[in-house]
Design a protein around this ligand. Sequence first.
Ligand SMILES: [Zn+2]
Length: 212
Amino acid sequence: MVSHFDTDHCGGLLYLLEKIKVKNVIIGKQFENSENLEKFKEIIKDKKINVRVVEAGDKISIEKDTYFDVFWPDIKNEIQENSINNNALVCKLNYRDFSILFTGDIEEEAEKVLVSKYKGKNDLKSKVLKVAHHGSNSSSIQEFLELIKPKIALIGVGENNKYGHPGEEVIERLKNIGSKIYRTDEMGEIEVTINNAKDIKINITKNSYIKK
Ligand SMILES: [Zn+2]
């Protein structure tokens, strides 16, 4: 699954598609071309890899009791501003009572549309949230977080990155809605394991990390 075609989200995949056997790739509907997308198209053609292009309203079945709901991109609500980020794939993995929302790098423009579509509904509500756009202050608006209400918030972010991610305001907003925050800059790789609807186990690779 590829959220969008910025290098920090697909660079590793382009390499892997060349090196290992991949049967299926899922991407969101694409509105803008890029060097990465061109390269992706070349590889999948060359390697005859099956690609499923999804958009809002689609459901992806993985196996019994396990499926994704796709919320974004939405052809009826294509966003022009920061187009590649704002039309990234947003989908929720469901397994019994467990759910995790993946948000790619969407920013407030996309979040506002999602909020207006799902206000008052439980569609976006998720146990775990992959926080949008590395915890940038330009994403994770309050109303969006309130609809998701994650118990656990995961932030994928480089240590001492030049963008200042994650933003302090986003950290505050997540704390205020009661989310426990896990971030890769401080904890290393974060692995989420579920064995049934009730148990969520989180492993981190930097075991020396002590919560400040
Ligand atoms: Zn990114």
